[in-house]
Design a protein around this ligand. Structure first.
Ligand code: ZN
Ligand code: ZN
Length: 424
């Protein structure tokens, strides 16, 4: 199953860069997307990811892809819009483009998103414009996004290092060194540095499945997060009929995929009205180009009643005002502090990585697949079970080396799940 190249079993550090990229591409296609023969693949990517996209395209055709279509985005062009476009245009999004994505998924195309754009691109832009553009985009994207969150098709997100992102992660290195460091960090945390990455991923998925099965067996009523310094003491009620998930999953089209490369989390759907207490973010949040630092929130009966931050406080308050469900939770996830990403000690300023470094919660849309039978339920049925509905889904990290987590049963019995950041 593994790469057919002669260097497939050489120590990873000795591989030429092109071969390393090829390994990531192979894992992205076979483990991430789980692409099937005769299936279309639609890729979205930053323009700097061209070398990786070409490898992925090659691997996809080798796996039998019918057609691979890539849409590239360019940070410089996005920035030009904020600097020069007419003010009235920021409530507009190209619905025709998002409808095309939805049409592709409806015709069973697999989806691959490549992340790597500059996380701080819009940091200096007018937050009101950023927010208006994001809202317009979210509305236009909703039909396609619903197919993704419901796992109507197999999909994945992988990362490509880009110069601007690398400069943010490794600010003290030369541009060349920073880029190379970020690529190596992506390779390591994406678990492709072993002798047989495909086999390693199958083992990793099996381990996550064991953990998920245990949590599902326990049927906890709620999860309590608390730290010794009392910065966090948050009780997250779980949705009725909640289902824990982690690692790979089988989409409605029958194809098995890993939606995130890397992934370390076990996650489920909270009850949108049963979250109480206070919580401090353990890492900064990069949201659509704005960096939000030291978020602290107070929840009452599911809703954020107070949100502060030492930087980007306006952005977090705009975010939670996006719509009715934006100040309620759609996800709760457990990640041990001994995961490769946490151990790398790197702050990636990118949710795909940072959310897999720490336990987290997400504001906004719930995953209907995290409810028993949820993928076949109507909006009303999902809501009645406590699943949140929103245009946004934004993860933010609350876990770290001092986080304790209890699973609480319906009768109030608390069972320790995590102590000092790791599984008990
Ligand atoms: Zn998550
Ligand atoms: Zn999430």
């Amino acid at each position: 199953m593994s790469s057919a190249t002669a260097l497939a079993h050489a120590p990873f550090a000795l591989l030429p860069f092109e071969h390393k990229l090829d390994r990531l591409a192979e894992v992205a296609v076979r483990i991430g997307a789980g692409l099937q023969p005769d299936q279309e693949l639609v890729i979205t990517a930053p323009i700097e990811a061209v070398p990786l996209v070409r490898r992925i395209t090659e691997q996809a055709y080798k796996a039998g892809a019918k057609l691979v279509t890539t849409f590239y985005a360019d940070d410089a062009a996005s920035l030009a819009r904020y600097q020069h476009a007419p003010d009235g245009s920021f409530d507009y999004a190209p619905t025709w483009y998002y409808d095309a994505l939805a049409a592709a998924y409806k015709s069973n195309a697999a989806r691959m998103g490549i992340t790597g754009a500059n996380p701080a691109l819009l940091a200096g832009q007018d937050p009101a414009k950023v927010s208006r553009a994001n809202t317009a985009m979210s509305v236009a994207y909703k039909p396609a996004m619903e197919l993704i969150t419901r796992f109507a098709i197999n999909w994945t997100i992988v990362a490509a290092a880009t110069p601007a992102w690398a400069a943010l992660v490794f600010p003290n290195d030369s541009p060349e060194l920073a880029l190379s460091n970020l690529w190596e960090a992506i390779f390591f945390t994406s678990r492709i540095t072993g002798e047989d990455p495909i086999a390693d991923w199958k083992q990793h998925n099996a381990n996550l499945t064991l953990r998920v099965d245990y949590l599902n067996h326990k049927r906890y009523h709620s999860i309590r997060f608390f730290t010794p310094d009392n910065a966090t003491d948050l009780t997250v009620g779980l949705a009725d009929q909640h289902l824990w998930a982690g690692g790979g999953s089988t989409a409605s089209n029958g194809f098995y995929c890993n939606a995130n490369i890397p992934t370390e989390e076990c996650f489920t759907t909270p009850h949108k009205a049963r979250v109480n207490g206070h919580v401090a973010a353990s890492k900064p949040l990069s949201h659509q180009g704005t960096l939000i630092e030291n978020i602290r929130c107070t929840f009452k009966d599911g809703k954020i009643v107070k949100a502060t931050a030492t930087a980007g406080e306006a952005a977090i308050n705009k975010l939670i005002s996006t719509d009715e469900g934006a100040r309620q939770l759609g996800e709760v996830a457990l990640v041990p502090h001994n995961s490769p990403i946490a151990q790398s000690g790197i702050l990636f300023w990118n949710t795909l990585f940072d959310e897999n470094a720490a336990s987290h919660i997400a504001l906004g849309q719930a995953y209907s697949t995290c409810l028993i039978g949820g993928d076949k339920m109507s909006k009303e049925e999902l809501s009645a079970l406590g699943a949140n509905d929103s245009l946004i889904h934004v993860d933010w990290m609350i876990g770290g080396p001092t986080m304790n987590v209890d699973g609480i049963s319906a009768d109030g019995t608390a069972e320790p799940l995590m102590r000092d950041g790791d599984w008990v």
